[in-house]
Design a protein around this ligand. Sequence first.
Ligand code: ADP
Ligand code: MG
Length: 169
Amino acid sequence: MTKNINDFLIFSNSKNFNYKTVNYSFESNSEADTELFAQTLAQILPLGTVITLDGDLGAGKTVFSRGFARGLNITEPISSPTFTIVQEYKLENYSKRSAWFFHLDLYRIDGYHAALAFGIEEFLNEPSAFTLIEWPVRIKELLKNNFLSIKITHINENSRLIILKFIDS
Ligand code: ADP
Ligand code: MG
C-alpha cells in the first residue's frame, strides 16, 4: 500500500523519526498535502539544516517552499528567487540568537565555480539558518553529505511522489 500524507504525519510524530537517518517516500495527493508536509518538516528540523529540493517544472517546489516558510511562521509571500538566486528571511522569535531562512534557486547558476563565486559556502555552513536549495544539481560537486534531500516527481495531475532521504556520505 502506498503511503500518504497521514502516514507521514504519524511517522514524523513517532520516536522512529530521526531526520539524520530518514529514508521515506509517500504520495502527496494535493497541493495542500505537499504544503502540510513541508510545514511539518520545518517544525521538526533543527536550525542549521540544509535541505535540497529536486523536481521538474510544475512538480511543486514553490508549493513546498511556501509550506516550509509557513512552518517557520514566515507570513510574507514566497516565490522562487530565480533571478535573485537567494532570498533571505529573518525568523522572528525563533531562538534567542538571530535565525534565518535562506531560500536559494540555483537554476541560473552555471556550475559550482559560479556558485562559489556567488558565495554559496556561506549558505551551506550557517548554523543559524535553514537553507533550502532548489536545483541542487548545479552544485553537486559541493554537496557531498550532511543534507536532507527531497525529490518531488509527477505521478498525475494532482499526485506527486515525495522522497525524503538524509544524505550522510
Ligand atoms: P515548481 O515550483 O516545482 O515549478 P509549483 O510549486 O510552482 O512548481 O507548482 C506546482 C503546481 O502543481 C501548482 O499549480 C499546484 O497547484 C499543482 N499541484 C497539483 N497537485 C500537487 C501536489 N500534490 N503537490 C504540489 N503541487 C501540486
Ligand atoms: Mg517554482
